[in-house]
Structure formats: structure tokens, C-alpha cells
Design a protein around this ligand. Structure first.
Ligand code: MV4
Length: 453
């Protein structure tokens, strides 16, 4: 039985977890930094403990302080949210050894999927398509050039400890490969303390399509369909939607089955995401697995009717999933716009500060997941996402129209936000036609005058 949960996070996801706990009758403990005293998750949780200074290294990243707070308040489980300690295998292990349930996968699954080269080999053995590349990490420059020539250029060099687009270099021939290989190793060593890299054929301008997984501790693994996250800038997603306007029902079926095999290969438990890239021909390749709940999970909740945070908690409590793959029905279309405190007209420079008037949209098919309110001061210490606007409709056209309407109603005074940019994208014929690839946003920004957002 889980009676009380510590929420090891902040912002909208902390609030999202408080809401799920309330509905399940579970008590909540918020932990917060000195910069988050006025945060809504602190107000709305049953109890709150300050764990340190404003910098995340002094608070939300401090496993020792979080576990101390958990013991003082006698919680049964810790929900890590996303970011911070959510994919830290050592933290998951520490929780378990203190007899506190980590609401997420077992640490061995986090480890397997955290090494991006091991992840690739693990799923490849389970018959999940991977991009042609090296079997495991690269041993030497000479060995790497040999493999690169065999695969053919362009080649992408990735850090085994990377993920989410960090530590990747692209090479177009032997000469640039030698150069990029050394840069990639040095960068990986500096950023991750692990210089190990692997290589893959570089798939140009793919779509980024990911599958939501739920797996219980009794061996049942289900997929909850896909999210198309192709609209992104420097690996930061701006818009996510489900279903993907690109997938056919046949491709969706094959990718869903591959996603389940990938999760099974990692002996996965709890909620997770299998990321694929899909080329123009509809060939799909496993890229990596995210072993946490993701920012964009509401899109899946809207089209399946399944509360993913509640499912995570039930799974951690040892309950069996009360559904089979055939019971999961996909209905309508959902889209999410990430609302960031940034100025898109000035190269997305962060725009922290105090919000004046705040008015969130509502009405049929509109959901707002946000922790901010009129008079709230956005601290400059954390990422700039201040909310997520999710619109749902019977079909994509209705969902997009509803999203545009909701964006027009959303009032956030005193700071710059990405709302005007979202309105411009939702008015763009290429996006409306469902033709956006991962190259889309940069192309859109280069041809759109900044005064339009
Ligand atoms: C790739 C790729 C093309 N070919 N791998 C980006 C994040 C990380 N999850 C893996 N990513 C990619 N891996 C191969 N072999 C394209 C991406 C990619 C991407 C690359 C450049 C610009 C935007 C991108 C958005 C999504 C994925």
C-alpha cells in the first residue's frame, strides 16, 4: 500500500502528481528549493520540506536531502517526475535500499537504456529495427573509419552517455569524420565524464515519433500509441500530437509491436517511451528509450482516456494492469503546445520575471497543466517551461482549431512567451497539412519575419 508520496520535482509536473495523488487518496509531500517558496505545488501538497538553495545542484538534484526528507515524513514512495533525478539509476537504487518505492523502472532497466549503445544492442537482439551502425562503442579512429565507410556517409557520432540530442556530431566524409570523431570524444568526456561514442548512418530530416509504454511488475507490457514530436528546436520540443499525421494504421501497428519488444528486452516496468525516427519512406528506427514520464504525456492521456500518473503509482504499488492491448482504444486527436517564458523573436532568450495578469483558457476540449498564476515570479534557475496547453477534438482539424482558439484566449502579461509563435505555426500551411519533419521549425523560423510572433 502507498499512503504517502514524496514528489521530487517542481513546476507543472509536481502539481500534476499532486492532482493524481488527491484522486487516489494518497497524501503528498512536496520538497522545494529556496527559489520555489511561492510555487503552487508547495501550496497544494499536504506537507512541504525545503531541501536547499535555488540551484538545482543544491536542491532537486540532492538525493541525500530528498531521501532524508522522505524518512522524516515517513513516505512510502518517491515520484521523480521528469528531468532532475528521474533517470538516475543510483538514486532509484538508493530509494529501494531505504525501503522507499521509486515510482519508475528498476535501476537495471535505467542502466541498460541509459547507455545508448547498450540500449541499441539490447533492442536490436529483440528484432527492433535500429539504424545501420557500429556494434557497440567505437574502439579506435581506424576501426571507426572502416565502419563509417562500410555504412556510407553521412554518419552521426553519438555519446553512449548522451541522449536527448546531447553530444552528437555529423560527418560527411573520411576527413570530416576524423575531425568530428575527436571532437565528439572530447565533448562526451567533458560533459558526461565518459568519452565513449558509437556511430550510426545519419537519417536526414526524419520525423520524431515516440511510443508510450506501460508495463507492470507482473510482466505485462502495453503500448498506448504514438506522439509525433517533430516540431522541435535544438532538441527542445515545442508541439506534440497524437495520432501522428504521418503514420498509416499498418505502420502504427508494426511500430507499436516493436516498441513493446524494446521494453520487454529491458525487462521494463512502469511508464516509459520508445523513441523512433521515421524517414520519408516510412522506414522506422529505434533511437533511444526514455525511462521516465515525459512532458508530453497528456497528449496520450487525452486520446486514450488513461491517467498515466495514476497508472505509474498503481504499478509501483505492485498492482496488475487492469487492461490488455485490445482494450486500449484511441479516440480523436490531441495536440500540446509548450508555453515557455522565452522571447522567440530574440532567439528564444529566457524571459523570467513576474507575471502580471494571468488568465488560462478553458472550454470544451481544452486542458492547461501549469503551476503559474497572476503575480507569480518565474525564477531564473530552472528551465523556462511555464505550462502546457492541450487541445482535444474528434479529429485533427477540430483539435487544431480549438488550439488556436485557446492560444488566443491565453493571457500572460509581464513576460514574453511562446504563445505568439504557436499561433503563427498553427496558421502555417505546412504544419496544418501534417507535413512537419524535424527540419520544419528551423525552416519556418528562417522564412517568417519575427514580428509575426
Ligand atoms: C538521429 C537522427 C538521424 N540519424 N540518429 C536526436 C535526439 C536523439 N534522441 C537522437 N536524435 C537523432 N538521432 C540518426 N542515426 C536524427 C535525430 C534527431 C534530430 C537530429 C537533428 C535535428 C533534430 C533532430 C530531431 C529529432 C531527432
Amino acid at each position: 500500500m502507498i499512503q504517502k508520496i514524496l514528489i521530487a520535482n517542481r513546476g507543472e509536473i509536481a502539481l500534476r502528481i499532486v492532482r493524481a495523488c488527491r484522486e487516489l487518496g494518497i497524501k503528498t509531500l512536496a520538497v522545494y528549493s529556496e527559489a520555489d517558496v511561492q510555487s503552487l505545488h508547495v501550496q497544494l501538497a499536504d506537507e512541504a520540506i525545503c531541501i536547499g538553495g535555488p540551484k538545482s545542484e543544491d536542491s532537486y538534484m540532492r538525493a541525500d536531502r530528498i531521501i532524508s526528507a522522505a524518512e522524516i515524513a515517513d513516505v512510502d514512495a518517491i515520484h521523480p517526475g521528469y528531468g532532475f533525478l528521474s533517470e538516475n539509476a543510483k538514486f532509484a537504487e538508493q530509494c529501494e535500499s531505504c525501503n522507499i518505492k521509486f515510482i519508475g523502472p528498476k535501476s537495471h532497466s535505467i542502466k541498460i537504456m541509459g547507455d545508448k549503445s547498450v540500449a541499441r544492442e539490447t533492442v536490436r537482439k529483440a528484432n527492433v529495427p535500429t539504424v545501420p551502425g557500429s556494434d557497440g562503442p567505437i574502439e579506435s579512429e581506424a576501426a571507426a573509419v572502416k565502419i563509417a565507410r562500410k555504412i556510407g556517409y553521412p554518419i552521426i557520432i553519438k555519446a553512449v552517455a548522451g541522449g536527448g540530442g546531447r553530444g552528437m556530431r555529423i560527418a560527411h566524409n573520411d576527413v570530416s569524420f576524423a575531425k568530428e570523431y575527436h571532437i565528439a570524444r572530447a565533448e562526451a568526456e567533458k560533459t558526461f565524464g565518459n568519452g565513449s561514442v558509437y556511430i550510426e548512418k545519419f537519417v536526414q530530416n526524419p520525423r520524431h515519433i515516440e511510443f508510450q509504454i506501460l508495463a507492470d511488475s507482473h510482466g505485462k507490457v502495453l503500448h498506448l500509441g504514438e506522439r509525433d514530436c517533430s516540431v522541435q528546436r535544438r532538441h527542445q520540443k515545442l508541439i506534440e500530437e497524437s495520432p501522428s499525421p504521418f503514420l498509416t494504421s499498418d505502420l502504427r501497428k508494426r511500430m507499436g509491436k516493436a516498441a513493446v519488444r524494446a521494453a520487454e528486452a529491458a525487462e521494463y516496468e512502469n511508464a516509459g517511451t520508445i523513441e523512433f525516427i521515421v524517414d520519408a519512406k516510412g522506414e522506422f528506427y529505434f533511437i533511444e528509450m526514455n525511462t521516465r514520464i515525459q512532458v508530453e504525456h497528456p497528449v496520450t492521456e487525452e486520446v486514450t482516456g488513461i491517467d498515466l500518473i495514476k497508472e505509474q503509482i498503481r504499478i509501483a504499488a505492485g498492482e496488475k494492469l487492469n487492461m490488455d492491448q485490445k482494450d486500449i482504444e484511441f479516440r480523436g486527436h490531441a495536440i500540446e503546445c509548450r508555453i515557455n517564458a522565452e522571447d522567440p523573436a530574440r532567439n528564444f532568450i529566457p524571459s523570467p520575471g513576474t507575471i502580471g495578469l494571468y488568465y488560462a483558457p478553458g472550454g470544451h476540449g481544452v486542458r492547461v497543466d501549469s503551476h503559474v498564476y497572476s503575480g507569480y515570479t518565474i525564477p531564473s534557475y530552472y528551465d523556462s517551461m511555464i505550462g502546457k496547453l492541450i487541445a482535444y477534438g474528434d479529429n485533427r482539424k477540430t483539435a487544431l482549431e480549438r488550439m488556436y482558439r485557446a492560444l488566443s484566449e491565453y493571457l500572460i502579461r509581464g513576460i514574453k512567451t511562446t504563445i505568439p509563435l504557436h499561433k503563427a505555426i498553427l496558421s502555417d500551411p505546412i504544419f496544418i497539412a501534417g507535413k512537419a519533419t524535424t527540419a520544419y521549425l528551423e525552416e519556418f523560423l528562417s522564412r517568417t519575419p519575427p514580428d509575426l510572433f
